[in-house]
Structures are given as C-alpha cells and as structure tokens.
Ligand binder design. Structure first.
Ligand code: BES
Ligand code: ZN
Ligand code: ZN
Length: 487
C-alpha cells in the first residue's frame, strides 16, 4: 500500500470526497448534477455515511464526516481507515483523495491533515497474514493519491513522509507483537531487532544468559528459570545528540503462562502479547532513527518467557535485582515487574534525562480503563504536561492514575525489601507502579505506562487496527515524547 501526491493530469478513475454534516463540499461545487443527486438520495454527511456513485467516466465515493465543530486530526485517521475499507469494499485499486475537503476550523493545517490521513490509511492496511499457508486472495487497495495545490506539495510531502515512517515502524512492531510464542522467543526477538537495525544508526547489543547472570540481573534470570528458552537483555543505542540520554524500556515477556502461579486456560493465548511493551520500544527506536531526531536515545528490552518448568521460581522465592534490592516472589505471575526491575536499575545507572517504560503489566488496568486509555504513573508534574501534549498530537489516549506512598507501603515484604504483589486488595496497577519505583533513581524523571488494556485490539475498538492483533500503541507517543527533548 502506497500513498502519494496526485500528479498533474494523471487522474484515477475513482475520486473520494468528504462532506461535513449538511454542507456540500466546495470541491464539488462546479458539479451541479452531483449536488442535486446527493440531495435526492438524502445524503446528509453524517459520520460514517458513505455513497459510491459509479459512472463510465468517473466514480465518486462520498464520505460523511459528521459535525464540523467536533472534528480533529484523530478523526482524520479514523476517516482514513473508513475510506480505505470502503474503497476495498468497492474493489477500487487506486483513488484520488480530495484532501482539502477535510479542512475545518479545528483542522486548518493541511500538512497535518495529510500526515494524519497517511497514518490512518497505512495503519489500516496492515494485517498479519504470515501464518496462512495459502496466499491471501483478498482484494487490496494499492495506491491512494492526495490531490493538492502545487504550492502545498513541499510541506505536505514532508509530513506524508513522516506519517509513512511512523506507520511503517508501528506495522513492523505490530508483526513482532502478533507472532505466537513458539515463533517469538527472547532469542528470536533479539535476532529480529539485530537484523532490523543492522544498516541503521542504531547500535544493538544483546546479552545472553551468562552475561545477564554476570551483570547481576537476578529478576530477569529468575523469571526465565522455568523455561527452556534463555533470556536476553537487548540494548539499542541511537546517538542523535551528545546530551544525556532519554531511555525507553519495554517489557519483553514473549509468553506469560503465569509460571507456578499458573493462569487459567481461557484466553491464555493472549499472553503472547506480553512483549508488546518491548515492541513499543523497538517501533519507537526505528522511527526515531529514520526521522533523524536530534536526541540521544537508548532502548532497553529485558526479554524472557514465564513458564512453570522444573527450575521455575516458586512462590516465596527471593530474588536480588541489579540495584541490590531483594524481591519476594509471592506470585510468579507478577513477573513483568521482576524483569523490569533490572532494566530500570540499569537505566538509572546511565543518569538519563528521563526514563519512559511501557509494559503489559496488570490485568487491573483493563478493569479501570478498558481498552480506550493507556494508564500512566509518575510523580513528575513536568512530565505530565509533556505526555498530554504528545498524546494530543498522536491521538493515543492516556489517563494518569495515582502513585502515592500508601501504594509503596502495600508492597512491603516481611523477609525481603519488596514483595511482588500487594498485601491489600485493589489498585493493582498502582501497586505495580510502586514496585517499579524501587528500581528508579529518585533524581530521574520517570513515567510508567501500563498498556495491558491497549496493546492489542481486543474488541475491534480501534478503527485503524485489525481485530485481535497487536495495536502498536504508544509508539507514536513515545516518538513525540523523545522529540520534545530536541533542543
Ligand atoms: N501479563 C500480565 C498482565 C496482563 C493481564 C496483561 C491481562 C494483559 C491482560 C502480568 O504479568 C500479570 O499476570 N499480572 C498479574 C499481577 C497479579 C498477580 C498481581 C495480574 O494482573 O493478574
Ligand atoms: Zn504474569
Ligand atoms: Zn506478564
């Protein structure tokens, strides 16, 4: 799937135009017969209303946008998704898009419209089909052409390129997320990252089990002991500036069975998505490098399986993290925090400007926020503003949840420094964040994002993501966050 600017006089057979509620698009004003036709059929321009008008010389697909006053760039991504699906339904391989018909008071910036449309279409066209033995015969839309005045070409080309980089990085990361546990082990994840970053400015280093042991990463090593698969610790370095780094950390649990505290079998297959935090980091690193952001960035991925093999952690076991703190494993299913403990300790040693982590950490976040919002936790008020700004730009919704000293008290252990589950009921996502906080240097601004509700498209909620597949959530927001450190 490709998206480009329409070349002069090289029109496609099909044209797509958008119409706000009860306001006929001025792009079609010269075509009186269409205006009266649209009136006759009662087309109102309501949200997701569409009509395909075929004709010998030219087809027209008209798509409703709903009310003008509630319009924004995220709605454009969603409209792009809808347009793509409608064109597919109508079996149109190519089409011209009258992109100016998306201009409104709240969406005045044409380059930004083009970027949002590009992202929406490319994110929608992705779906993981690698495991089907027969090649798909599904109809595919091949190329869309945005119709623009020549004076807008340069600025829009730039943002369309940016949108393409972002969407392609997300789609690559989604594929890693979609692979089942037998095809995506810690060593395969590490190899995939090494291959993908080979000819880029990202330097990837992979630590094996021996090195992890030597580096005193007792959490990562401990969690991996119940599995035949060895753990990996993956370091990606991109030096876009000489300043202190911004560090991104992602949970890379390639399969979480729960370990000895085994999970129930219903929906356990979804635990192949437990490495979606790591794909957030990989996707963001790839996009940051391609965009050439002037920031020093390090991506860290602790990766392991969580299995109930003979060597597995037993409830009550005590592990020692890299920063020397001891962790009592009261529930082996709360393993994400154990491997993140080492990664966050290592990140803190680098004295970064900030640390952002993404993890499918708790089922509790699904209870509080469902699959609409990613929950985040921080004690740094400045970072809250940065996050809200970034999320507004990307349309990825976030919601701040509390992290206070009482949560820290809840995870006290009798024998060790900290217990991996709370001693009280409720607030499971906050107590998980309080656990992670033990491993971050107090001086370093840090945010934890719990993506357990948003990392895959559970109920087909996200228009530009295939159902039951990895969503690639927070990649674009992480890129924006890193961009905010450019000086
Ligand atoms: N990977 C899970 C969290 C999860 C649950 C992600 C459901 C997506 C959907 C994590 O390792 C886990 O099992 N957490 C436990 C923690 C509990 C034992 C304190 C949970 O949320 O149940
Ligand atoms: Zn678990
Ligand atoms: Zn997990």
């Amino acid at each position: 799937m490709k998206i480009s600017i329409q070349k002069k006089n090289k029109f496609q057979k099909t044209q797509v135009v958008f119409m706000f509620q009860k306001s006929f698009p001025k792009e079609l004003k010269k075509q009186k017969e269409i205006e009266s036709f649209i009136k006759d059929i009662g087309f109102k321009g309501s949200k997701k209303e569409s009509f395909f008008i075929p004709s010998k010389s030219k087809n027209l697909l008209i798509i409703g946008l709903g009310e003008k006053k509630f319009f924004d760039y995220e709605k454009i991504r969603k409209i792009a998704a809808f347009s793509y699906k409608e064109l597919k339904k109508q079996k149109q391989k190519t089409a011209d898009i009258l992109i100016n018909s998306l201009l409104s008071e709240s969406t005045q910036n044409l380059p930004q419209i083009c970027q949002a449309f590009t992202e929406g279409v490319l994110l929608t066209s992705h779906s993981c089909k690698e495991f089907k033995s027969e090649k798909s015969k599904e109809f595919v839309v091949k190329e869309l052409f945005l119709c623009l005045d020549s004076k807008d070409h340069k600025s829009c080309l730039k943002t369309m390129r940016e949108g393409t980089i972002l969407a392609e990085s997300v789609n690559f990361a989604r594929n890693l997320g979609n692979y089942p546990g037998n095809c995506m082990t810690p060593s395969i994840l590490a190899k995939s990252i090494q291959n993908k970053t080979k000819n880029t400015k990202i330097k990837t280093t992979v630590w094996d089990k021996k090195r992890i042991e030597k580096e005193k990463m007792g959490g990562l090593l401990g969690v991996s002991l119940g599995s035949l698969q060895e753990p990996r610790f993956i370091i990606m370095e991109y030096k876009g500036s000489n300043k202190k780094p911004v560090i991104l950390v992602g949970k890379g649990l390639t399969f979480d069975s729960g370990g000895i505290s085994l999970k129930p079998s219903q929906n356990m297959d979804e635990m192949k998505f437990d490495m979606c935090g790591s794909v957030t980091v990989v996707g963001a690193m790839l996009a940051i490098e391609k965009l050439g952001l002037k920031v020093n960035v390090i991506g860290l991925v602790p990766s392991s399986e969580n299995m109930p093999g003979a060597g597995a952690n037993k409830p009550g076991d005590i592990l020692k993290a890299r920063n020397g703190k001891t962790m009592e494993v009261l529930n082996t299913d709360a393993e994400g925090r154990l491997i993140l403990a080492d990664a966050l300790s290592y990140a803190s040693e680098k004295k970064p400007q900030a640390i952002f982590d993404a993890a499918t950490l708790t089922g509790a976040i699904l209870v509080s926020l469902g699959n609409l919002f990613t929950g985040f936790f921080t004690k740094n008020e400045n970072l809250v503003q940065r996050i809200e700004k970034a999320s507004q730009k990307t349309g990825e919704r976030v919601w701040r949840l509390p992290l206070v000293k009482e949560h820290t008290k809840d995870i006290k252990s009798i024998l060790a420094d900290v217990a991996n589950i709370s001693s009280t009921k409720g607030a499971g996502s906050s107590t998980a964040a309080a656990f992670l906080e033990h491993f971050v240097d107090k001086q370093i601004p840090w945010v934890h994002f719990d993506i357990a509700g948003t990392a895959w498209n559970v109920h087909n909620r996200l228009e530009y993501c295939s159902a039951k597949q990895a969503s690639g959530v927070m990649i674009r927001t992480f890129v924006e966050l890193v961009r905010s450190y450019e000086s």
